[in-house]
Design a protein around this ligand. Structure first.
Ligand code: ATP
Ligand code: MG
Length: 448
């Protein structure tokens, strides 16, 4: 039950922190205002209105009785009403009441009800209330024995404008408060946004803006500082690993060359031939290490490219060395990449497809998902493919499905590891699938 409620709440809650925090601020303000207004209007305003109405109706009834009893001259009563009570009288001899007047909006209704309550309490005479022009005056008509007596009551004797002003000020102050809160909130959220952007960039292999500095509330600054420290640590570690791999590989080269030279001086035999082959294998491995080390090179700056033409450029460059290749790239795929590193990754995959298949399919397109978009690059072949069980394994360094030293396919087993390393450093993923063309489908997703 609560799970469903949670889900619904998640669905209707806005996603942004700014709107959420604003909502947290606004909801109580609006609630308090609504409750106060309702209580105020319902209670206080009704009571004030009743009091006003009772006074006016008392005077009206008194004047009506005076007119009815004809103890005074009508003109005297009229003069008395106008000068002392602010009530304008008009007597329609022989007339009878018109049909009931139409009711109006909510505010008028409060006054009308109060007047009716007071009139019902104080008289049995039929009456009509015309409240259509309530901003200036309210007309009350009383049926006397021989005619109708009309009273024009000025609005200010029935309404208290202080109530309007009170509500108006409440509204204005609420708007003022919310505006100030929104401005403050916006400033609080800006450093969080900057941090999110910097972290996201770093995940994509883009160095965060050099102007990025921890600022804002203490906790946000703390998080930003922690991020910068972490970034520094990771960069250092990667740099160290790269440096070590490159150094070891480089240092091994010289003795290997010496060995090779020595072996070629010796009397040729099958044993010597085998040893020579071993050295060739070792050289291949060292090339692999170097490639691996270079693949993770985070010193190459990332720049914005139009991926379609970048990939087409690769195809043009390598077409002559590859089997028939079907390229299909969408245009307008703008993305930040480290061009050399990505080229190394793609070439490793293309070389695999080239080794195992007789045709290659190379495509790139944009995929739009709710809240995220990415570019999907696919390299497919019509070779034997890889068994599902091995999909995870082939990304491990030195893992090869066919471990025989087949001259045509023999590799070190680093190609896919290098490719994955590079794709990950772009914040992307690399996934294997079965290709519709019969072989392997290597799918790369790069976030936008
Ligand atoms: P390297 O690329 O380092 O020269 P490699 O090609 O053997 O060596 P990976 O590219 O990492 O190494 O590939 C690992 C293994 O995955 C390969 O040995 C091969 O068995 C299998 N493999 C890779 N791509 C394909 C493919 N397109 N079709 C069939 N099998 C493949
Ligand atoms: Mg390979």
């Amino acid at each position: 039950m609560s799970l469903i409620a949670n889900k619904i709440l998640k669905h209707i809650m806005p996603r942004g922190l700014f709107v959420r925090s604003l909502l947290i601020l606004i909801t109580p303000i609006v609630l308090i205002l609504t409750i106060t207004s309702v209580v105020f209007v319902d209670n206080h305003w009704n009571r004030i209105s009743d009091r006003f109405a009772e006074t006016v109706v008392g005077e009206i009834m008194w004047l009506s009785d005076m007119v009815e009893s004809s103890r005074w001259e009508y003109t005297d009563i009229e003069g008395y009403g106008r000068s002392h009570l602010e009530l304008d009288l008009k007597y329609f001899d022989g007339a009878s009441l018109p049909p009931a007047f139409k009711d109006h909006g909510a505010w008028e209704r409060i006054t009308r009800k109060s007047l009716m309550r007071a009139l019902d309490k104080k008289t049995k005479r039929p009456y009509r209330i015309d409240i259509s022009n309530y901003r200036e005056a309210v007309f009350i008509l009383i049926q006397l024995d021989k005619g109708v007596l009309q009273f024009e009551v000025p609005a200010r004797r029935l309404f208290s404008s202080s109530a309007y002003i009170f509500l108006l000020w409440m509204g204005i102050s609420a708007i003022l408060l919310i505006t100030i809160a929104a401005i403050f909130m916006r400033n609080q959220i800006r450093p969080i946004r900057a941090l999110a952007k910097a972290t996201e960039d770093y995940g994509k292999g883009i160095d965060p803006d050099e102007h990025f500095k921890p600022y804002g509330a203490r906790e946000v600054r703390q998080a930003a500082r922690a991020f910068l420290d972490m970034k520094e640590r990771i960069s250092k570690q990667v740099a160290q690993r790269t440096l070590m791999l490159a150094g070891v590989s480089h240092d091994l080269r010289t003795p290997l060359t010496r060995l090779k030279l020595g072996l070629s001086m010796m009397q040729q035999s099958d044993d010597i031939q085998d040893m020579k082959q071993d050295i060739v294998d070792m050289e291949k491995m060292i090339d692999g290490y170097l490639d691996f080390a270079r693949g993770a090179d985070i010193n190459e700056p990332s720049r914005e490219y139009e991926l379609g033409s970048y990939l087409q450029g690769l195809v043009d460059k390598y077409q002559s060395t590859l089997k028939p290749i079907h390229a299909e790239f969408e245009s307008d795929l703008h993305i930040r990449i480290r061009a050399n590193a990505l080229e190394r990754a793609l070439m490793n995959i293309l070389n695999n497809a080239n080794k195992y298949g007789s045709e290659i399919w190379f495509s790139a397109k944009k995929v739009d998902m709710p809240y995220s978009a990415y570019i999907e690059i696919q390299i497919q072949d019509n070779g034997p493919g890889i068994k599902t069980d091995d999909w995870d394994n082939v990304f491990k360094p030195f893992y090869r499905v066919d471990s025989s030293r087949n001259a045509a396919t023999g590799g070190v087993g680093l190609g896919l590891s290098i490719a994955q390393d590079i794709v990950l450093s772009h914040g992307g993923h690399i996934i294997l699938k079965n290709s519709e063309h019969g072989g392997l489908n290597v799918s790369i997703e790069l976030p936008l």
